[in-house]
Structure formats: C-alpha cells, structure tokens
Design a protein around this ligand. Structure first.
Ligand code: GLU
Length: 410
C-alpha cells in the first residue's frame, strides 16, 4: 500500500497536524518498535516438507503490552502487517485500554490445507515467535481466517514451554479460559457504533436499510445484532457473491446457515447479486466487513449510502475517503467501529490474570460502556474541530499515546 492509498498514514499526518505535536515525537510514534519475519516449515499430510513466511510486528507498547491478531491470507506481507499493527496501537488507545499495538500473520491461503496441516503450521509459527511474545509483552488474538481452535494450539504450544499460560492469547474457546461474549464482540461493537451514528446523524434505526459486505465473524454478528435492533439487512456478500432482498433478508436463518457452512453460498432466500451491485445498493448504512481497500478509487463512485461504518480494518482507501468527504458521506472509522473485538480480548486477558470468570452480562455491559464512551469522545471532538470522524478518532488516540510517550521518554 502506498502512503496515499493507506488511510492510516494519511489520517495520522492530518491528526498530528491538528494536534500540533512535536514532529520528532510524531515521527518516533510512527516507527514500529520491532518486526520479526520467520520461516515456518511444516509437514504436509503426504509427508513432504513445505515452508511459508510468517510475521509479527510490534508497533508500540508505550501504554501496555503489544496487542493484536494474527491473520492467515495469501496477501499477507510485511507492509500489510506493519500497517495493521499500527492501527492496533491507535485502536487500543482510542478505547483507552492498557495495551499497545501489534499484528502478525502468515502469507498463506488456508483453504488449500487440511486441518492437521494448519495445526502443524500454526504450532510451528507460534514457536518461531516465542522469543518476542509473553503474557505481559505481546498477546496475539484471532483475525482474518484464524479462530478459537488456532488460539488453543497457540496457547498449548506456549504453555508447553512456559507452563500453563491462558493469558498469552485471547479469543480462546470458553473451555480454555476464553471470555463469554468474545466471539460476538466485534460484531456487537459494530452494531452499537451504527446505532450511535444513526442517532447523531438523525437517521431512524428501525427499518433503516443496511448492506454488509463480508459475512465472516464480524459481518455476520453485526448483521445479527442490527437485525435485533430492527434494521432491514437488504444485502450481504462473501467471497462467493452477494444476496439481496429489498424487504430485508431473513437474517436469523442466514446467520445459522452461514455458521454451519462458513459461507452464504447456497442459501436459497434472496436474489443473487455481484459484489459491485452490492456496493451500489441504495441504503442508509454500508458496512464493509471483509478485507482492506474494498472501497477504492475504482468503485467509490458507485457508493449510494448515507453512512459508511468500517467494520473491517482499512476497507476505505485514503483517496476514496477524500471523495466521500467531498460528497458529505460520513465514514465511521475502523479503529472505533471494530474495537469491540480487542476490548473484549482485554476483558478476557483480565479474567485470565485474575483467574476469575465474568458473566456474559458483565462483559456486554462493560463493552457497551466502552464503545459508547469512545464514540461520544470522538463525536465531540469532530464537532469541535470540524474534522471527519477518522481524523477525530486518530486525534484522541494519538494524543493519549503521545502524552504517555512524553512522560516515559521525556
Ligand atoms: N484482530 C482483531 C482486531 O483487528 C482483534 C485483535 C485482538 O483482539 O487483539 O482488532
């Protein structure tokens, strides 16, 4: 990603300018603390050896241990991981949770491997990054194409070396110290933020038209909760294509179908549409919940919604964001919208350290409080400074890290 298409670096520069920060410190905060690239050899089921490349980038730990997910995707490379690690620093700061930012990944298409191959690859990767992670140092979590099962293997690998250590990763299954509410948290947070945005932009949430691009963990749970709020989810898509119903899709059945089959492909109710047609649907809220750069220079002219709610990380490029700003289409940024995941990861880690389990109600109440508080803080600053929500979010987040950094280094 060049710096002009990378919404993180564009927003960073603008926020630093607005805040009037000292350039030397602003520069220091942009540079990742540490980057590790590892070879990950593992045995295929046919006995042959194969090697893939893995990464862990630790961007900043001024306010607490590095924190962030690990993704498995063929597009993963050091630049993408670096950019996502940076985003995590601002996300944890924005929510005011005591973490820094990190991210990891393996450049691999996991659909091409069996479960046992993924297990061997995952365990080997975790052993390779062992020298730089730790319960109070760097705590990984799930991201694109990784899940609670993979976190169990990570936790098991680490615990074999260091002794029983559930707090080394979050997003674990409940049986291994996972938290109630973690699986649904990113989608729940997205729904809460959409609800808050509706109120502030004077849109009636009930019967509002919602389109969700991407129906993985984040998109499917966001759809489920928005449906419960009374929204009409008129379009959803995944890598296999989209489904449309102007009266609202049957979300409870679609959620169940997708949960079982890991795809919406084959679900009978709804008209099939392409990803392009989906992005062009006339709606109140468009929620990109798939991969980065989904809304870019080539398709931004198609967008026909009142508000964009970024549930994925970096789904709107910098250029596309500028054009939408000119068209007065607000974008609720990723570091705010999808922060529910890392927030409940934090709750999971706290429960692991305390060895004391919270109820689902405790988790959801605290998540709600955190998300609404962060939204209000950003919205107030946006009104005061007359800047887009993304810039206001970065301003809140950077200022907090800047102040902590100055206290530690100054
Ligand atoms: N991968 C998620 C994110 O991008 C969650 C990270 C975490 O829980 O540490 O925010």
């Amino acid at each position: 990603m060049s710096s002009s298409t990378n919404p993180t670096s564009t927003a960073y520069q603008k926020a630093v300018q607005e805040l009037g920060l000292k350039p030397n410190i602003a520069k220091a905060l942009e540079i990742p603390d540490r980057e590790l690239t590892v070879e990950v050899p593992f045995r295929r089921d046919n006995g042959e050896l194969e090697s893939v490349i893995g990464y862990r980038v630790q961007h900043n730990n001024t306010r607490g241990p590095f924190k962030g997910g690990i993704r498995y995707h063929q597009h993963v490379d050091i630049e993408e991981v670096r950019s996502l690690a940076t985003l995590m620093t601002w996300k944890t700061s924005l929510l005011d949770i005591p973490y820094g930012g990190g991210k990891g990944g393996i450049g691999v298409d996991p659909s091409k491997y069996s479960k046992t191959e993924i297990e061997r690859m995952s365990r080997r990767f975790f052993r390779s990054i062992d020298p730089i992670i730790g319960v109070n140092i760097d705590i990984p979590a799930p991201d694109v194409n990784t899940n609670a099962q993979i976190m169990s293997w990570f936790m098991d690998e680490y615990s074999q070396i260091h002794g029983y250590s559930p707090a080394i990763v979050t997003g674990k299954p409940l049986e291994l110290g996972g938290s109630e509410g973690r699986e649904a948290a990113t989608g729940r947070g997205t729904a809460i933020i959409t609800r808050e945005a509706a109120e502030k932009w004077g849109l009636e949430l009930k019967n509002s038209k919602v389109v969700i691009q991407g129906f993985g963990n984040v998109g499917s749970y966001a759809g489920k909760f928005l449906h419960e709020y009374g929204c009409k989810i008129i379009g959803v898509s995944d890598v296999t294509g989209g489904l449309y119903n102007p009266d609202g899709l049957d979300i409870p059945s679609l959620f169940e179908y997708n949960y079982q089959n890991r795809t919406i492909n084959g679900f009978k109710k709804g008209k099939k549409i392409s990803n392009e047609e989906l992005l062009a649907l006339d709606c109140d809220f468009l929620i990109p919940a798939a991969l980065g750069s989904a809304i870019n220079d080539s398709n931004v002219h198609l967008i026909n919604c009142k508000v964009i709610v970024e549930a994925a990380n970096g789904p709107v490029t910098g250029e596309a964001a500028n054009k939408l700003w000119d068209r007065k289409v607000p974008i609720i940024p990723d570091i705010l919208t999808n922060a529910g995941g890392v927030t409940v990861s934090y709750f999971e880690w706290v429960q692991n350290l305390q060895q004391f389990k919270w109820t689902e109600d405790d988790v959801n109440k605290k998540l709600e409080e955190k998300m609404v508080h962060a939204f209000d803080e950003v919205f107030a600053l946006k009104q005061q400074k007359k800047v887009p929500m993304r810039i206001a979010s970065f301003m809140v987040a950077i200022d907090r890290v800047y102040n902590a950094y100055t206290l530690r280094e100054g």
